[in-house]
Write a protein that binds this ligand. Structure first.
Ligand code: ATP
Ligand code: MG
Length: 650
C-alpha cells in the first residue's frame, strides 16, 4: 500500500496531567512498557496472574488451548460470572452502591450490591420456573432500565445465554435475531421513554413474536403503565414473577468456556452477525481493562453513556464495572432531553468521576456549544473515555478542553464487539496521548499493522489492523456459522485475527485506526483515509460532522464526496462549500481536494451512532439506496439526503 499524507495524523503528544500520573495505577510510559513486555514475553503466565482476581469454584488446569482459530481459556475451570459480579462484593460490603439509575423524568433508583444481588436471584428463579435451563437462550429487548442488567445477570447466574437486542430495533430485526439464536424466552417491557415520548416496545415485540416459534413465554416489565395487548398463554408480568420467586438462588458452577451471551454487531458493514462470548476469559479482560484503562478506584462514580444493547454496555456498564465492585450510573434517556445539558446535569448530580462516551456524542456536544456546559460543575470528572469511531483531533481537543478542562486524561479506546474488551488504548496516567490515535495496545494484547502477507508495514504506511495472538475476551465463533468466523477473521491474513480496520503505526509505535478497510479512498493512485479528510473538515469552525466517501471517476479512479452537517449558527452556501474544499486541500494537500461537498441536516447512522458510509457511497455513486438499511437509525435521513442532492445540483 502507498503512503498516506500524514498531515492530520501527525499530532503532537499530550503528556498525561502530572497530578494524575502521580496517583495513577500505572504512572509512566516506562512502567507501561515493563508490564507490556512482561505480558508479551509470557502471555499465558500474565493472564493467569490476572485470573487470580476472579473467584473460582474449581481451578483450571490449562490457561490456553489454541487450535487456530479456536481458543479455550482457563480450560477445566469452573466459576460463575454473576457470582463474580455480585456475591463476592456482597460478602465484603453489602451496602456498597452498585447501580444508580436515573430515569428520563428524573426519578432515581439506587441499588446496593445486596439489593441488586437479591433482584438477580429472584429473577433467576423466575426464569427457572419458566423452564429455562443452562444453555437455553433468553432474548432481551428492553429500554435502559434496571431490569435490563438484572435480566442479564440472572441468565449468567443459571447458565442461560442472553441475547440483548437494542430497544430501538424494529420487529423484523428483533425476530431475525430471535430466530438466529433460537431464543426460548423474551424479556421485554410495556414501553420505554425517549425524549418524553412513550416508545411502545411491547407492540413491536408482539409483532416480532408472530414470527418466532421458538419463544415460549414473554416476560414484560411494567415501565410506562400504558395499556398493552396481552396474550395470556404467553405473556407474564415481571413483577408477578419476581414477587413470587424465592430470593435464594445459588450460582451455578459453570465451565470457563460456558457461553455467556450472543450479541449481534451493529451492522455498519452489512448483515448482523451473532458474536458469541464465553465466561471466564471475557469477564477477566473486562474486569482487568477497567482497572488499567479507567484507573478505577473504590471512590469512583463511573458512567458509561452507551446503551446496554451494544457491546460497550455489556462490557463496560454491566460485566467490567460490576466484576470490580464499582458504582455505576445508568441513564434511561436521550442526551438532549429535556435540554442539551442533561448529561452535564447528571455528572454534577452524582459527582461522576469517570465518563465514557462515544465519538459521535462528543461531536454532537461540540456542535451544541459551550453554554450548556458552563451551567454545570464538572470538577468531579477525572478520566474521560471515547469509543466507537476514530475521534477527530478537533473533537478530541474540544473534549479535553471543554469537558476535561485539561485536567482529565482522555482514553481513546479501540475495540470491537468481536474483541469483547478494550484492546488498544492509552493508560490514563502513563501514555502520552496523540489526539486521534488510540495509541498503544494494552498489556497482553498483540496488535500489529500489517500488509496482506502479514508483514508489518513501515511507520506511516497504511495497512491492516490485526491481533497476532488469541486474547481472553475474544469471540469464540459466529453463532451458527463457524465457517464464516474462520473465513472473515482468521483466513484473510493467514493465522492472525483481521479486524477489518485500516490503520497506520507511527514511529513511536502508536496505532492510528483509519476506519474500515472499505472506507479507504483511492485518488489517482494515492490512498486516502476517509477519517483524515473528515478530520480536516471537522477542524473547520463551521463543521459539526463530516462523512467522506468516494465515487468512481474516469480520470482519477475515485473522486471525493463530502457530506457535512454544520454547527449551530452556520448555514449552507456556495461560498462555504468552496471554502471547505479549499480547507481540505490546504490541510491535507491538493490530492485530497473534494470533488463535491454536500450539506445535510443529519448523517445516516447506525442505531449505535456510527456513520454509515456504505449508504453514502451508494448515494454518491448511484443517486439512491438499495442496500440493507435495517440498522439505520433514522430512515428519513436517506430520503432527505437524496432530495438535498437534487437541490444542490443547480
Ligand atoms: P459491523 O461490524 O456490524 O459493521 P461495527 O463494526 O460498527 O458493526 P462494533 O463492533 O461496535 O460494530 O464497532 C467496532 C468498530 O468501531 C471497529 O472495528 C472500528 O472500526 C470502530 N472503532 C471502535 N472504537 C474505535 C476507536 N477508538 N477508534 C477508531 N475506531 C474505532
Ligand atoms: Mg465491525
Amino acid at each position: 500500500m502507498q503512503e498516506f499524507d500524514p498531515h492530520v495524523l501527525e499530532e503532537k503528544a499530550v503528556p498525561p496531567p502530572l497530578e494524575f500520573s502521580k496517583g495513577a495505577r500505572v504512572k509512566s510510559l516506562d512502567e507501561y512498557r515493563r508490564i507490556f513486555d512482561r505480558a508479551a514475553g509470557d502471555p499465558e503466565g500474565f493472564w493467569a496472574e490476572q485470573a487470580e482476581q476472579l473467584d473460582w469454584f474449581e481451578p483450571y488446569t490449562q490457561v490456553l488451548e489454541w487450535k487456530s482459530p479456536h481458543a479455550k481459556w482457563f480450560v477445566g475451570g469452573k466459576l460463575n460470572v454473576a457470582h463474580n459480579c455480585l456475591d463476592r462484593h456482597v460478602a465484603k460490603n453489602p451496602a456498597r452502591m452498585a447501580l444508580i439509575w436515573e430515569a428520563e423524568d428524573g426519578a432515581v433508583v439506587r441499588l446496593t450490591y445486596a439489593q441488586l444481588h437479591e433482584r438477580v436471584c429472584r429473577f433467576a428463579n423466575a426464569l427457572k420456573s419458566l423452564g429455562v435451563k443452562d444453555g437455553d437462550c433468553v432474548a432481551i429487548y428492553m429500554p435502559m432500565i434496571p431490569e435490563l442488567p438484572v435480566a442479564m445477570l440472572a441468565c449468567a447466574r443459571i447458565g442461560a445465554i442472553h441475547s440483548v437486542v437494542f430497544g430501538g430495533f424494529s420487529a423484523t430485526a428483533l425476530s431475525d435475531r430471535i430466530a438466529d439464536a433460537k431464543a426460548k424466552i423474551l424479556v421485554t417491557a410495556d414501553g420505554g421513554y425517549r425524549r418524553g415520548r412513550v416508545v411502545p416496545l411491547k407492540d413491536t415485540a408482539d409483532a416480532a413474536l408472530k414470527n418466532c416459534p421458538t419463544i415460549e413465554k414473554s416476560v414484560v416489565v411494567k415501565r410506562t403503565g400504558e395499556k398493552v395487548a396481552w396474550e395470556s398463554s404467553r405473556d407474564l408480568w415481571w413483577h408477578d414473577l419476581e414477587k413470587s420467586a424465592s430470593k435464594d438462588c445459588p450460582a451455578t458452577s459453570l465451565d470457563s468456556e460456558h457461553p455467556l451471551y450472543i450479541l449481534y454487531t451493529s451492522g455498519t458493514t452489512g448483515k448482523p452477525k451473532g458474536v458469541l462470548h464465553t465466561s471466564a476469559g471475557y469477564l477477566l479482560q473486562c474486569m482487568w481493562s477497567m482497572q488499567l484503562v479507567f484507573d478505577l478506584r473504590d471512590s469512583d462514580v463511573y458512567w458509561c453513556t452507551a446503551d446496554i444493547g451494544w457491546v460497550t454496555g455489556h462490557s463496560y456498564i454491566v460485566y467490567g464495572p460490576l466484576a470490580n465492585g464499582a458504582t455505576v450510573v445508568m441513564y434511561e434517556g436521550a442526551p438532549d432531553h429535556p435540554a442539551k445539558d442533561r448529561f452535564w446535569q447528571i455528572v454534577e448530580k452524582y459527582k461522576v468521576s469517570i465518563f465514557y462516551s462515544s465519538a459521535t456524542a462528543i461531536r454532537a456536544f461540540m456542535s451544541w456549544g459551550m453554554d450548556w456546559l458552563n451551567k454545570h460543575d464538572l470538577s468531579s470528572l477525572r478520566v474521560l473515555g471515547t469509543v466507537g469511531e476514530p475521534i477527530n483531533p478537533a473533537a478530541w481537543k474540544w473534549y479535553n478542553g471543554a469537558i476535561g478542562k485539561g485536567r482529565c486524561p482522555i482514553v481513546d479506546t479501540w475495540w470491537q464487539t468481536e474483541t469483547g474488551a478494550i484492546m488498544i488504548s492509552p493508560l490514563p496516567g502513563a501514555t502520552p496521548a496523540k489526539p486521534g490515535s488510540a495509541t498503544l495496545p494494552i498489556p497482553g494484547v498483540a496488535a500489529k499493522v500489517v500488509n496482506l502477507q502479514g508483514r508489518p508495514v513501515a511507520p506511516g504506511e497504511t495497512g491492516y489492523l490485526t491481533i497476532q495472538k488469541p486474547w481472553p475476551a475474544m469471540l469464540r465463533t459466529i453463532y451458527g456459522d463457524d465457517e464464516r468466523y474462520a473465513r472473515e477473521y482468521w483466513r484473510r491474513i493467514p493465522g492472525v485475527y483481521f479486524a477489518g480496520d485500516a490503520a497506520q503505526c507511527d514511529k513511536d509505535g502508536y496505532i492510528w485506526v483509519l476506519g474500515r478497510v472499505d472506507d479507504v479512498i483511492k485518488v489517482a493512485g494515492h490512498r486516502l483515509s476517509s477519517m483524515e479528510i473528515e478530520s480536516a473538515l471537522v477542524s473547520h469552525t463551521s463543521v459539526a460532522e463530516a462523512a467522506v466517501v468516494a465515487r468512481p471517476d474516469d480520470i482519477k479512479g475515485e473522486a471525493i464526496v463530502c457530506f457535512v452537517t454544520l454547527r449551530s449558527g452556520h448555514s449552507p452556501s456556495g461560498q462555504l462549500r468552496s471554502a471547505l474544499m479549499e480547507h481540505v486541500a490546504v490541510t491535507i494537500g491538493s490530492i485530497a481536494r473534494p470533488a463535491d461537498v454536500r450539506f445535510c441536516d443529519l448523517l445516516p447512522k447506525t442505531r449505535s451512532g456510527k456513520i454509515m458510509r456504505r449508504l453514502l457511497r451508494e448515494l454518491a455513486h448511484k443517486g439512491g439506496i438499495s442496500g440493507d438499511t435495517t440498522t439505520l437509525e433514522d430512515m428519513g435521513v436517506i430520503e432527505r439526503l437524496a432530495k438535498s442532492q437534487g437541490q444542490d445540483e443547480e
